[in-house]
Design a protein around this ligand. Sequence first.
Ligand SMILES: [Mn+2]
Length: 316
Amino acid sequence: MTTHPLPETASDLYPFLDRSIDPGYEAARVVVLPVPYEATTTYVQGCKHGPAALLEASDQLEYYDVELGCETGYAIGVHTVEPIADTRSGELDDQEAMETIAARVCQLQQDGKFVVTIGGEHSITGGVVTGYRRALGDEPFTVVQIDAHGDLRDTYEGSRYNHACVMRRVLDLGLPIVPIGIRSICQEEADLIRDRHVPVIWAEEIAAGHHQTSSDQTTWIDRAIAAIPTDKVFLTIDLDGLDATVIPGVGTPQPGGLSWYDTLTFVRRLLTEKQAIGMDVMELCPLPGLVISEFTAAKLVYRAIGYQAKAQGWLA
Ligand SMILES: [Mn+2]
């Protein structure tokens, strides 16, 4: 059984892919930011071990990407930066942890990096998005959310920074959201989605698309892209948005989510047709003796970085 020690510094962590292809911070176009924050999980505990497990699993990735036709990792330059370790030590309250995360992301963005934040619980995204808001000033962007849950409660279990509230905090920042794969919400969230006309792509619609036979029908992906009102997007992936058979290692699993290829097709089109400012991959909760979740999460990160590189012309 593999165990994943809590990282204190980057030197305690395996870097994404391997040290041998890490060009260092200055030369890297992409940085991976590990945030092992876990404060408000409500069901299965352990997402604080997510970043270390994903990084360790990335060692098993084949550098050659069969879809993109090259060794994207070498072409892009990916550097793993110091984890924000003190967000899980209990020394910081929720709000201080979010501020620490926002400040780091803002700095990395201002340095011109494409940041992939890996968690940790989904509440982290509130800090990450605040960082982009700060770095981009008045430039509008949409937060595209792949998730099983709405995460639109105002408070949950006494906290505004609970992982069940993260997209409500994003709305509070005045940013549009497009939630995808949703299949579990409460009455408060249903009312808010209706009243604010939140353009949810429900999981049922995605599942129905698997049975479409006519190729000229508008797909859920067309609808999702058309629902994004800005050119700039931030993509947040709560891994429970994927079907629980694809990634069982999450804190709050739900059946009926996106397939592996649903996810890849959507992410490819999003990063190709919109300007992605950054992304995160959250809620990985490694299960003892079952490495498929962390490996799949690592492969998703690698493929997404490849799509971004292709869209930005970095592979030329
Ligand atoms: Mn979530």
